[in-house]
Design a binder for this molecule. Structure first.
Ligand code: VGL
Ligand code: ZN
Length: 210
């Protein structure tokens, strides 16, 4: 049964860079692709995101001499985890997984493009000031309920889910269509924050069963 036309699937960062062999691999990241492909036909509306960094990006440990990946530094907008170089604009690492099949997607939104500001969220950059325009784009199309999936549960999926709630959307995270990085308890923290914000969880099976 297709979902109502005020629902949209939001596929977060299903990119080579977060798959095994990528720049910032997430364990079993590639397992989400067939799950997303199975549930995508339930949705009339879909948006994909891509983490899309310049090589000089402030979130890359390689751009901070003496620092290692997963160190945390203070930036003007707050703490920033330093990541291995990933999803550099125009590289194969930044491309969507080649088997991802969501042909009805109307928008591919690229984020994290500004050299000095990270953006885990598809809605608001890490400085919490700049918006990507996604909330307005969805509101303009009458979307009220977002189903989130992708990588990583505890970073880009969670931050997007929280911002989507703040923007007034109903939000469901499809748990088996996500995988986590889980750095220093980040997955448990992300779920605590999402639960407190009224984010629902579902399985792809429950959606497919209607
Ligand atoms: C992500 C860390 C850095 C994500 C992106 O997609 O969750 N995590 N950049
Ligand atoms: Zn990134």
């Amino acid at each position: 049964m297709p979902l109502s036309s005020d629902c949209a699937l939001l596929v977060i960062d299903a990119q080579n860079g977060f798959m095994p062999g990528g720049g910032l691999p997430v364990a079993q990241g590639d397992a989400i692709v067939p799950v997303i492909n199975r549930m995508a036909p339930l949705f009339e509306n879909a948006v994909l995101t891509q983490d899309w960094h310049p090589a000089s990006h402030v979130s890359f440990a390689a751009n901070h001499p003496g620092r290692q990946p997963f160190d945390v530094i203070e930036l003007p907008y707050g703490p920033q985890v330093l990541w291995p170089t990933h999803c550099v604009q125009g590289t194969p690492d930044a491309a969507l997984h080649p088997q991802l099949h969501v042909p009805q997607a109307q928008l591919i939104l690229r984020k994290g493009c500004r050299p000095q500001v990270d953006s885990y969220s598809a809605f608001t950059e890490a400085d919490r000031a700049a918006t990507t325009g996604l909330a307005a784009w969805l509101h303009a199309r009458g979307i009220r309920h977002l189903y989130l999936c992708g990588l990583a549960t505890d970073y880009c999926v969670a931050w997007s889910a929280l911002d989507a709630r703040a923007a007034g959307f109903a939000v469901t995270v499809v748990e088996d269509a996500c995988r986590a990085i889980d750095l220093n308890g980040s997955l448990a923290r992300a779920w605590a924050d999402m639960n407190a914000a009224g984010v629902q969880r579902a399985s792809s099976q429950s959606l497919l069963a209607g």
